[in-house]
Every structure is written in structure tokens, then in C-alpha cells.
Design a protein around this ligand. Structure first.
Ligand code: NAD
Ligand code: WQD
Length: 338
């Protein structure tokens, strides 16, 4: 299959492009490099062992993207990962987030129409479960209630847009993959998560403490109703997330489905700090502080639907993710990103 990855130069997209190539598919990438690096694209092609055509452009530039697609023959599926993802930034600049995330999605739908592409995989998020405390989160439970920030709301709104698009075209197939907390890195240590500026997510912060860039981890909340009092999440290795995309792109049929990509295994903030300490051999100082506004106490996935529809389940665990992330920190590959 020939598969276009919109936003394919980023953390999840680059691992997915490699997984597609390993499965015998032909990935193509459009990315404006607003949150990724040219060098990551080169490393992605090197690790994939195949030539990956890349267009550096905003996916909303439909003329340029359309010409690019026209040069590469018929496309079987699109994986749409393009957009902005920083929760706090989305609170400060909601117009930017609604404009980019929804604008990119409408552009992808237009391009698919123009090039008669009927299969779309969309990067959604467990954030669509909002304030629901019914765990594990099942795709059948109600989404969209109590989402605390504009970023999360764009994911829910986009799912609704894609449901409507499927209702209007009975040949369209859309799979919205609701990722839980993607972490880890490629085992080569050549690509991984490298957020521009100060990271917001737990694992990149823990990594920066382990490497001495930050002094300590601030643990947001030690009074949750959980075993050790800290927040609980479902941390899933990016390699597993990437494999999930391959299976989703291979789905045929029509209609809309949302599918969780998680391990189904809950882990607390202190579990993450412990796992990273064991992987790195480095002490990771932390201090507890107040809860972070908008955080739910516990979130983890019901993974039955992914197993049933995709024949997919997570194969790696939190320890594997910490090992691979630490390797990515140690190779020095991040210092040379341009
Ligand atoms: P990322 O920022 O590393 O990747 C997104 C890529 O999209 C980047 O390479 C960026 O340069 C590109 N991009 C942004 N705007 C673009 C535009 N207008 N045109 C073309 N390219 C553009 O993020 P990621 O972690 O790889 O996430 C991929 C997708 O998955 C995002 O949509 C994100 O919201 C979603 N998601 C991520 C997580 C997570 O924790 N990483 C969790 C759930 C959902
Ligand atoms: C995990 C846990 C924090 C930082 C966010 C988005 C979600 C999705 C993934 C894209 C929580 C705690 C964190 C810190 C801490 N992204 N924490 N100290 O909040 O589950 O999800 O990223 O879709 O939309 O909301 O992930 O990594 O920020 O937090 O104690 O410095 O770590 O309170 O319990 P979260 P996270």
C-alpha cells in the first residue's frame, strides 16, 4: 500500500513510517517541520531502509500537496497526525489550535476527495474521554464531556467531523486511534521524542532530570485516590503505537471507528520515576506539589476493541519504554538535530 503520512516527521509519524516500510508498504510524508527536524526525516529513511518521498509544506497548502501526490501514483490510505499538541499553549492560544488542528483535517479530507482516497487513520487521543472516571476507558463510553482544554476539544471535534464525513460517503473508512500516553523511542536511539522548548509531559521531564538538564520532577498531586496517591496513566511504547497504525491503515470496509491504543496497564507517576531510575541507573529527585488543574486521577485503556478489530495488542512495557528513551538520551543523537 502507498500511505501518505500528514505530520509524518514528528514523534509518532516517524516511527510509523518505519513500521509501514517494515511491513512492506510505501510511506510518503508531508510535514512543515514546525515541530520536527529535517535530520529526523533523514534518519527515518535510513532506519526504514527505503527512500521515503518527503514534501516539506503545510498540509493546508492543498495545491502543493496535491501536486506532490500526483507525482507519486495512487495513494491507498492517509495517516493524519499533523497538528499542534501542547495542552497549556492551547489554553493560551485557542484560536491557533482550532485553526491549525481543524484546518489540517479539512485539508486532508479535501485532498482525499480530490485523489479518490477512501481510507483515513486519524491521531486522536484519550483526552476525548474528558472528565470521565469510568476506567478502563472503553470506546463505547461517552466521549466529549468535561474536556479541560482547547487541544483536547479539537480532537473530539475532529472525530465528530470525521463521523459526519463517513455518514456522507458510504465508501469512506475512518479509524480514529485514541492514543493514551505514547512514550519511548526507536531502539536504535536515533529517533525519539524531542519536544521543542520546555516539555509538558511527564516522561520527557523525567528524562531531562535524569540527564541533568532539570533539577527535579514536580509530582502534581500526591493525594489522589490511587495506591501511592499520584496520578495514574497508561504509558504505551511508541513502537507499539506505530504498529497499531499499520494495522489500522490495512483495515478495509467503510464507516467510522474509534479505537483505543493503550496497554491496559495502569502506572502511577512514582512508577514512571522508578522505572526510569532503574533503566538509567540515575537518581531522579522529585518533590510533590498541588494537583495540576484539569488532570483526572486515573486514565487507562480498555484494549478489547483494538484486539478485536486490529488484531493488535501492546507488546512492550513501561520498562522497555524507559530503556529505549534512556538510550535515545545517551546516543547524543538529539544534539545534532537541525
Ligand atoms: P509531533 O508534534 O511530534 O508530530 C506532529 C507533526 O506534525 C510534527 O512533525 C509537525 O511538524 C507536523 N505539523 C504540525 N502542523 C502541521 C501542518 N500544518 N502541516 C504539516 N505538518 C504539520 O506530535 P506527535 O507526538 O508525533 O503526535 C502526532 C499526533 O498525535 C498529533 O496530532 C497529536 O495531537 C496526536 N497525539 C499525540 C499524543 C502524544 O502524547 N504524543 C497523544 C495523543 C494524540
Ligand atoms: C501524566 C501524569 C500528571 C508532568 C497529556 C495530554 C493528552 C495526551 C498526552 C495528546 C499526570 C503527571 C506530569 C509533571 C507530573 N496528549 N505529571 N509532573 O496529562 O495524561 O496527557 O499528554 O493528546 O491530551 O493531556 O500526560 O505526561 O502531562 O501527565 O506529576 O511535570 O504525570 O499530573 O498524572 P496527560 P502528562
Amino acid at each position: 500500500m502507498r500511505v501518505l503520512l500528514a505530520g509524518g516527521g514528528g514523534f509518532i509519524g516517524s516511527h510509523t513510517a518505519i513500521a509501514l516500510a517494515s511491513a512492506g508498504h510505501s510511506p510518503l510524508v508531508v510535514d512543515d517541520l514546525s515541530n520536527s527536524h529535517k535530520m529526523s526525516l533523514e534518519r527515518m529513511a535510513q532506519l526504514a531502509g527505503v527512500d521515503i518521498p518527503v514534501l516539506v509544506a503545510d498540509v493546508r497548502n492543498e495545491t502543493l500537496v496535491s501536486e506532490f501526490l500526483g507525482r507519486h501514483g495512487s495513494i491507498d490510505a492517509v495517516i493524519h497526525l499533523a497538528g499542534l499538541k501542547a495542552v497549556a499553549e492551547s489554553v493560551a492560544q485557542p484560536e491557533l489550535y482550532y485553526g491549525v488542528n481543524i484546518g489540517c483535517t479539512l485539508a486532508v479530507l479535501n485532498l482525499m476527495k480530490r485523489h479518490s482516497i477512501k481510507n483515513l487513520v486519524f491521531s486522536s487521543s484519550a483526552t476525548v474521554y474528558g472528565s470521565s472516571e469510568l476506567v478502563p476507558h472503553s470506546e463505547e463510553s461517552r466521549a466529549g464531556i468535561g474536556i479541560s482544554n482547547p487541544y483536547g476539544k479539537t480532537k473530539y471535534m475532529i472525530e465528530e467531523i470525521l463521523r459526519d464525513a463517513c455518514a456522507a460517503d458510504d465508501r469512506l473508512r475512518v479509524t480514529a486511534l485514541r492514543y493514551f500516553n505514547p512514550v519511548g523511542a526507536h531502539p536504535s536511539g536515533l529517533i525519539g521524542e524531542n519536544p521543542k522548548g520546555t516539555p509538558n509531559n511527564l516522561l520527557p521531564i523525567v528524562a531531562r532530570v535524569a540527564t541533568g538538564v532539570l533539577d527535579e520532577v514536580t509530582v502534581f498531586g500526591a493525594d489522589y485516590p490511587t495506591a501511592d496517591g499520584t496520578g495514574v496513566r497508561d504509558y504505551i511504547h511508541v513502537q507499539d503505537v506505530a504498529r497499531g497504525h499499520v494495522r489500522a491503515a490495512e483495515l478495509y470496509g467503510s464507516g467510522f471507528d474509534a479505537i483505543n491504543l493503550g496497554t491496559g496497564k495502569p502506572a502511577s507517576v512514582l512508577d514512571v520515576i522508578r522505572a526510569y531510575r532503574e533503566a538509567s541507573g540515575v537518581t531522579i529527585p522529585y518533590r510533590t506539589a498541588d494537583r495540576r488543574p484539569g488532570d483526572v486521577p486515573v486514565s487507562f485503556a480498555d484494549v478489547a476493541k483494538a484486539e478485536r478489530l486490529l488484531g493488535w495488542r501492546a507488546e512492550l512495557n513501561l520498562q522497555d519504554a524507559c530503556r529505549d528513551d534512556w538510550n535515545w538520551q545517551q546516543t547524543g543523537a538529539q544534539d545534532h538535530l537541525t
